[in-house]
Design a protein around this ligand. Structure first.
Ligand code: IPE
Ligand code: IPE
Ligand code: MG
Length: 263
């Protein structure tokens, strides 16, 4: 990886993305490459989740959204879906203390009703107990699909117009956004996908509208602190113009300034 130049080895002096979203991909391939069953890849991937949550919190990320299970993943073989649900259950129970002690607020987005009852209960309990925590919000995208998210938003808009709570003239981006399943999430600053795949797979279509996309070639179980720093360094070297020209941007924010500042 590149030299981030910090004595502690992390990019604290740069512009830290407020909302990082990660498509954690490649667990199955990681396992196959080692002659292991796919579920071993998911187990190893859970270790990466722990490492990245810890690091994100430490460097000051305020929102971390992890794509843990998609709407489409329900179509995998029953045995793999079952193993993933069991892993999720163990993760929630196993991280209970760490999340509470580290002042992390847990949330979840997706069609949670499809999750097994015990998983829903454990998840809701930790969501409830951590709801006042302020250091970082960890959002697990579970049974999540972007189209379903947008359709749910459209349905709520229609219901509110029908019942008179919302005027047709008042439908705008904010009104729509506030009715999404993911209403509480801010726009994504940095989207990371591991395993070399370069697609979004129906993840956060609304919030990714202006995200910086970083694709890492390593499989998710190999994505740890150094790879995370490297992704953030890549992000820091990007110039986010939002439709404007370079010259229009504040002078303290020219291309790569933050990166040079920490080198
Ligand atoms: C990501 O790894 C984890 C989930 C989608 C649940 P994969 O299981 O998709 O791994 P690959 O892409 O088959 O290697
Ligand atoms: C996306 O990964 C979903 C998660 C990481 C949970 P997939 O591996 O399911 O995506 P596709 O099917 O390759 O696009
Ligand atoms: Mg995959």
């Amino acid at each position: 990886m590149g030299d981030i130049g910090q004595t502690e080895g992390y990019p604290s002096a740069g512009r830290i993305p407020g909302h990082v979203a990660i498509i954690m991909d490649g667990n199955g391939r990681w396992a196959s490459q080692r002659g292991l069953p796919r579920t071993e890849g998911h187990n190893a991937g859970a270790e990466s989740v722990r490492a990245i949550v810890r690091t994100a919190r430490r460097i000051g990320v305020k929102f971390l959204t992890l794509f843990a299970f998609s709407d489409q993943n329900w179509d995998r073989p029953n045995q793999e879906v079952g193993a993933l649900m069991e892993l999720l259950y163990r993760y929630v129970l196993g991280e209970y203390d760490e999340i509470l002690q580290n002042n992390i607020r847990l949330t979840a987005a997706g069609n949670l009703d499809r999750l097994p009852g015990v998983v829903q209960q454990a998840l809701q309990e930790l969501i409830r107990r951590s709801r006042k925590n302020e250091q970082m919000t960890l959002c697990l995208a579970l049974s999540y699909g972007g189209h379903a998210d947008l359709v749910a938003g459209a349905r709520r808009v229609a219901e509110d117009v029908q019942s008179g709570r919302l005027l047709l003239a008042d439908i705008n981006a904010e009104a729509f956004e506030s009715r999404l399943l993911t209403a509480e999430l801010p726009p994504v600053d940095l989207l990371i996908r591991t395993s070399g795949e370069q697609r979004l797979s129906d993840f956060l279509p609304w919030h990714l509208a202006y995200a910086e996309l970083v694709f890492a070639s390593v499989m998710w179980p190999e994505f740890r602190e150094p790879q995370f720093y490297e992704a953030i360094e890549t992000y820091q070297a990007r110039e986010r113009r939002y439709g404007k020209t370079s010259e229009q941007l504040p002078s303290e924010n020219p291309r790569g300034a933050q990166l040079r500042a920490v080198k």
